[in-house]
Design a protein around this ligand. Structure first.
Ligand SMILES: Nc1ncnc2c1ncn2[C@@H]1O[C@H](COP(=O)(O)OP(=O)(O)OP(=O)(O)O)[C@@H](O)[C@H]1O
Length: 265
């Protein structure tokens, strides 16, 4: 069998709590191809972020593990970059400096001129060349998220981990950002694992949509292939009857089979 690029190998996660051990994830298993875009969809609290953090190396699996290019990985590393919902930029650095700092740490031996041009190129790619000298406090939420995405991509990770990257944005900015990230992704085909709540976001962006069951002991309940050719356009997808079939199957999974009310955090 061909080795998968990234394998989630029977990952379980148990949190100790005052009431005893809480099994958040149980035997999560998935093989991901190089260049694949995977969306992880499920109800609030089912364990999506926990899983992403394990893949990032920020949290340890209680059993099972993450295998990247045949090697077990359980520490954070520059081969896996995470973009969080709330940007996590350094507020005292400009947009350019935030990106440049990440480039410097992943290209320590490269000449400064090369590092500078990489940082500038990725800021330009997300449409922010004109805001390079602004600090996070001086730009909008969408612009901050663009910087965070530029910072992650500029380090050329093997795997990009997106944890609800557009969750804090208004609907219009969110749609714009989805399209921009797709455009960049279509050019360099980084392997992506993206946590989302949004069905349409998953359908527009992903090759496969991985459905998580509700916790405790959440696991993968079903995997849907997204049948649309790339490059994709929202308008074309909406005209395709396959969109409605897929959307209904996802809704049926979420609300008929695993239809617990979504709890507020
Ligand atoms: N450190 C922890 N200790 C105990 N329980 C935890 C801890 N972290 C997460 N959990 C529990 O594990 C489960 C999964 O949480 P997680 O944040 O991964 O869910 P999620 O699917 O990402 O949720 P959301 O979509 O709301 O962000 C939840 O029941 C949560 O309460």
């Amino acid at each position: 069998m061909i080795q998968p690029f990234l394998e989630l190998s029977y990952i379980s996660k148990i949190f100790p709590t005052p009431k005893g051990p809480f099994v958040a994830l149980k035997d999560v298993a998935l093989k991901i191809r190089k260049g694949e875009f995977i969306a992880l969809l499920g109800h609030s609290g089912c364990g999506k972020s926990t899983l992403l953090n394990i893949v990032a190396g920020l949290s340890k699996a209680s059993a099972g593990g993450v295998i990247l290019e045949g090697k077990e990985t359980d520490e954070p590393g520059p081969d896996r970059m995470v973009v969080f919902q709330n940007y996590a930029l350094l507020p005292w650095l400009t947009a350019y400096e935030n990106v440049h700092l990440a480039v410097r740490s992943t290209m320590p031996g490269a000449p400064e001129s090369e590092r500078r041009s990489v940082a500038e190129r990725y800021l330009a790619l997300v449409g922010l060349a004109a805001k390079a000298d602004k600090r996070p406090g001086e730009i909008s939420g969408g612009q901050k998220q663009r910087v965070a995405i530029a910072r992650a991509l500029a380090t050329r990770p093997k795997v990009l981990l997106l944890d609800e990257p557009f969750g804090a944005l208004d609907a219009l900015t969110r749609e714009e950002m989805q399209e921009e990230v797709l455009k960049i992704w279509e050019a360099d085909r980084t392997t992506v694992l993206m946590v989302t709540h949004e069905i349409d976001e998953a359908i527009l962006m992903a090759d496969r949509i991985v459905m998580m069951t509700n916790g405790p002991a959440a696991t993968i309940g079903e995997v849907f292939e997204v049948p649309f050719a790339r490059p994709r356009s929202r308008a074309e997808i909406l005209e395709d009857p396959a969109y409605y079939t897929l959307r209904n199957r996802i809704l049926e999974f979420l609300y008929d089979r695993f239809g617990e009310p979504v709890l507020a955090d």
